[in-house]
Design a protein around this ligand. Sequence first.
Ligand code: HH2
Length: 286
Amino acid sequence: MHWQTSRYRIDLARPRVMGIVNVTPDSFSDGGQYLAPAAAVAHAERLVREGADILDIGAESTRPGARSPDTPEELARLRPVLAAALTLGVPVSVDTSNPEVMRAVLDAGADIVNDVRSLTRPGALEAVAAHPAAGLCLMHMRGEPATMQAQVPDYPDVVAEVRDFLRERLAAAQAAGIDEARIVLDPGIGFAKTPAHNLTLLRRQRELLALGRPVLAGWSRKSTLGGLTGRPANERVAASVAAAVLAVHEGARIVRVHDVAPTVDALKLWQAAFGEPGQNDDKEQP
Ligand code: HH2
């Protein structure tokens, strides 16, 4: 199985690590640390040295209560970091829901759009469809980040809800002309979900593979892990690495993480024990 993106066709025979670069003042675990472009670029370089297969750059926090930047502000944060990241030899994703931002970053050469709102904003499907090879991550969420955790839906069956939602968004993307080879699907851990919902999605994650596309999972430092361990966000590395390995064990092919180095090490063990032979040290080919 492969993930088609603008410059790279990512081979998913080996699980891939997407390293997070948050160019935000207010992200839940590292807000403000990389708002200065030079700090964000240095962080991106470090993640690649640590073995990140993909970089995901975001300029809007989805933390409940975070303020959304307007288009010029979001682009001003993204542009310098994207330009530098595009020289690092790995595919670069941009985490945005804003169709104008999608157009601008795809024109600037971004490889992937990662949208926590699954291209539901007017013009978003068209913005991604206009770039014939760009990759796309569609994620499940109910409502808006600002309020989603205050009014968590009472899902009769959270896995069925997530699967049906992703099936509908996958169909909408294909109907807009986006080839399914470009698309990966994400259960949206922590987005309008209780800890019990998140854990059910991990246990039954394989049910999402019935949709026929690779699964991307983002557990890194999230509050479910804080609740289980009693630790603040910057001390959730061990739990985050465990969650990444479990997600891969249950069929995810891409994990979105803050702590790249320990995740890469842990997945080497998974790969050696459970992966396809001969897939231990390749880099994706352009
Ligand atoms: N989680 C966050 C942001 N973007 N994208 C995908 N596809 N999947 C996720 O699980 C996901 C995501 C939240 O994490 P983070 O970027 O660290 O925080 P913030 O949104 O506060 O910047």
